[in-house]
Design a protein around this ligand. Sequence first.
Ligand code: SF4
Length: 257
Amino acid sequence: MKHNPNLTKETVVVLHTSKPIDVSEINKVILSNKNVKTLNKLIFLYKDKVKQVHFHGKIADLKYLTNDFQGVIKVFAQTKHEVIKQSKMLTEKKCFVCPEFPIEKLEDISFITSMGIAVDLLYTVDHMNKEVVLKIVDHYLYFPSLNIPIEPFHSILMSKLKEKKLQLWNLHLMFPGLFFHVDNTGIKEDPNEAGEENRLKEYFESIPTDYPECLSCAHFHVCFSWGKYKKDSCFLWKEILDRLQSSAKEIKIARHG
Ligand code: SF4
């Protein structure tokens, strides 16, 4: 087991490998893998430190995943067909489906939630048609019989209602010094791109000069300029956050008069 002196109690280790590392100093582990046997082995090892499991394998294999942990299960689905075929198991295991198939209309999501399965669009929002995203946000907020979360909108709304701190960067498991992504070679700065952590630090430092409008934006405490990171405009995130903010306000007024 490899020990890394940079790990502290606040660190969240995101493990993209079957090779365990020494996490005796830390409290939170996120496991990302396509092999259920590997996941079971790591869950057994890290026990209640496991906060999330990201499963990238065939959904049918998920039936072998141990129930012996409390964390959230995110299932990266390649096809709608797989989701429909395994809907019973996905519901029973309380999984969040992260669609990797194209989402072209509201119905591509409402068919999943209508089966009682939660959805997580965190990884797709920035690549989707903006109108479709906003229709899904409105569906989440206002469709009367919807009683299942659509993420990340649900977590953002809950943070507003419960007045708990939440940042889009943390939802994406990206924040310099807080998240350590680990692959077969050891500590990795980012699963997709080398040097990402340094680039992020530079981006944060450039906000006051490059994006001064962010500093006076009502959503800065949640967004922290995520809306502009590698994007032409933050129109979409501003709309999403506006709608969630208004809804939180309405709910608070309805509750307290
Ligand atoms: S919503 Fe736009 S302006 Fe506001 S903080 Fe985010 S990126 Fe900046």
